[in-house]
Design a protein around this ligand. Structure first.
Ligand code: SAH
Length: 469
């Protein structure tokens, strides 16, 4: 009961669950408390900081008895940083937590039962896995230039010289930029006054090619002492691209729309399996290349291709999944909203001598219905890989109308996945198999691939006849 507690009360409780952001959940006298940084199995002392009608929030004050699943975080800044919410949880338990989270949402939100949950695919070495970094640049209270990360849910920068999930080369890149700024008195951007030049250091590093891109995000059109910066960054092993990204908006979106290439080429190349991909600063590319290969292998397996199929890959980015599938399908159509990504997708198809892939720029929920209504396009398999907000209902409705035999849903947000699966399972599809992949070790995020099949293959033929008629 809420009445039994007041703000600033100290309580002791056992954490019995983890919430969707990795926060510990436990009960005191039947009253639910959320305690950030507490892990499942911990007994903790917490100070009540907020009370709602049926639950409250506590601040972790002391771990009275640590959970047997608790390990020492490798990164000393793990608690201050918003990135690795569950680093102190044993990796096997992290995987268990993620799989349970997906299963729970599918059951509660999706009302999905009676399917096969295949074991989650974890990493053998869950460190230094990211191929993309974006470090904010600012000043500390003594006016010294710092780079690092935003403290969880804030916009104050915590300086950082080492990140355990990033490529170690980032340390060298950050230090070069920092020293260049100090030496030539180049200002850092200040969010409050909207003044100052350098906002972020953005990097991409190809896992298999070792190619490196450094892109400075600036609140301006050009940088002073450009030649000096280029000269120093050229020392980085594997450097292929030095770019500027212009972002003069008063926003917390990191990248602006304009890219200027200062040196080298405006992209890097990396590989997934046999396919090479050209990646520009603005294109979406999965951040964990080792796990991406496993994720796409699951998507490919679920697509069940024999070489005769027509496949639509919606939300295709730079054509990553499309080209992976094109190797085993008759024809693949990709749809993506970012024009630069589609340009990369076309270039990637050419680079890999893939001739059975075609790409459309636009919103999936507009392009597919338009193509279906105007040109009566057909699909044996539809793959969707939407951003966190999931698929637009207009798109789901069109997919149901097109009635492909197989739908493969690749998702980065299990809550919207569950919502969309509920729709599809109410409109003629059965969820057959689900498999999670851990793309983001130590964070609460999880990627899921789902195989859906049409409940009655006949209705697909009917739908086609009705359409022609
Ligand atoms: N399948 C790709 C990209 C997945 S991320 C890969 O695995 O790399 C989701 C992609 O959807 C992003 O590239 C984003 O730009 C794109 N996107 C977002 N909203 C969209 C929409 N309404 N229609 C089509 N693409 C969209």
């Amino acid at each position: 009961m809420k009445e039994n507690f007041k703000k600033n009360d100290l309580v002791t409780l056992k954490i019995t669950d983890l919430g969707s952001s990795g926060e510990g959940i436990g009960k005191v006298d039947g009253f639910t408390l959320f305690v950030k940084d507490a892990l499942i199995g911990d007994v903790v002392q917490a100070k009540i900081i907020k009370l709602k009608k049926n639950y409250g929030y506590g601040r972790l004050m002391e771990i009275v008895t640590p959970s047997p699943a608790r390990v020492e975080a490798r990164c000393p800044k793990a608690r201050a940083c918003g990135g690795c919410q569950i680093q102190p949880l044993d990796y096997e338990k992290q995987l268990e937590y993620k799989e349970n989270k997906v299963g729970g949402l599918l059951e509660r939100v999706g009302k999905i039962r009676d399917y096969v949950m295949e074991p989650i695919i974890g990493m053998e070495e869950p460190w230094h896995y990211r191929n993309k970094a974006q470090f904010p640049v600012g000043k500390d209270k003594d006016g010294k230039i710092i780079t690092g990360f935003y403290a969880g849910r804030t916009h104050s920068i915590v300086p950082l010289d080492k990140c355990f999930i990033q490529h170690p080369l980032n340390e060298q890149i950050m230090s070069i930029v920092q020293r260049w700024m100090e030496e030539f008195n180049i200002s850092s951007y200040d969010e409050v006054s909207h003044k100052g030049l350098v906002r972020h250091i953005f990097t991409r590093i190809g896992k298999y090619t070792g190619e490196v891109m450094v892109c400075l995000v600036i609140n301006g059109k050009k940088i002073p002492k450009e030649a000096e910066l280029i000269e120093r960054l050229k020392q980085i092993p594997g450097i292929k691209s030095i770019c500027l990204n212009v972002n003069r908006e008063n926003t917390n979106v990191i990248l602006g729309k304009d890219i200027q290439c200062l040196w080298g080429q405006p992209y890097i190349t990396d590989k997934i399996g046999e396919i090479s991909y050209r990646i520009s600063p603005l294109s979406f590319f999965q951040v964990n290349p080792i796990q991406t290969q496993k994720l796409y292998a699951t998507a490919l397996e679920y697509a069940g291709l024999t070489g005769k199929e027509t496949v639509w890959d919606l939300y295709c980015g730079i054509g990553t999944i499309s080209l992976f599938l094109a190797q085993a399908a008759k024809k693949v159509y990709g749809v993506e909203i970012v024009p630069e990504a589609i340009r990369d997708a076309q270039e990637n198809a050419r680079l890999n001598h893939i001739e059975n892939a075609e790409f459309f720029v636009g919103k999936a929920e507009e392009v597919l219905p338009e193509q279906y209504e105007k040109n009566g396009v057909y699909a044996d398999v539809i793959v969707v890989d939407p951003p966190r907000k999931g698929c637009d209902e207009k798109l789901l409705a069109c997919m149901v109308q097109m009635a492909p035999e197989t739908i493969v849903y690749v998702s980065c947000d299990p809550a919207t996945l569950a919502r969309d699966l509920n729709y599809l399972s109410n409109h003629g599809y059965k969820v057959e198999k689900v498999r999670c992949t851990d793309m983001f070790p130590h964070s609460v995020h999880v990627e899921t691939v789902v195989l859906l099949s049409h409940k009655s293959p006949d209705s697909h033929i009917n739908a086609t006849i009705i359409n022609i008629g």
